[in-house]
Design a binder for this molecule. Sequence first.
Ligand code: GRF
Length: 206
Amino acid sequence: MASARLPVAVLASGSGSNLQALLDASARYDFGASIVAVISDRPGARALERAASAGVPTEIVDWADYADRISFTNAICDAATRSGAEVLVLAGFMRVLSPVAIERFPNQILNIHPGLLPAFPGERAVADALEFGVKLTGVTVHFVDEKVDHGPIIYQEVVRVHPGDTVRDLHTRIQEVEHRVYPEVLDALAHGRLRVEGRQVHWEHG
Ligand code: GRF
């Protein structure tokens, strides 16, 4: 008999291509996580359509409806808790959560970043890397802590910058990697294969 899957809420603000990769993975019989909710801060997000197409419940927590970051964050966490989620997966979620989220979901919030942290944190990571002239950039999956793009790193993979790359070219190749690795990391977390000791994350391959 299959063991229970880890219930997960995905937080997304935009196109949701990473969400789609996670939805596709969760359709596989042996995937360890189940996406029980998709929560967005943007009513028009394409991610919400992807969730609806997959039959996953959606919830909008509109930033404009909250007085401050703490009440917004609590509303996000409340929505996740109501759905039964034990883990939050940030997939192109463009709001910074208050530390109250880390108190409520300790070592249970994942983020994916289109760069090799700690280089080029923030929303313009791909453009910043190109402008700096790096030859190698990549993908980082990490646990979320109190600081932006800072928490313990779970996995990184290099993506080479090609001569003449535009931001779009480079981001497209980065996203191909993201779509492969994010489901792998979530599956590892769900199967209890990630052990966290301070900033060190050990991935025990089963
Ligand atoms: C991804 O490149 C991710 O690394 C960053 O935001 C982007 C989201 O893309 N955090 P999508 O909405 O999953 O297509």
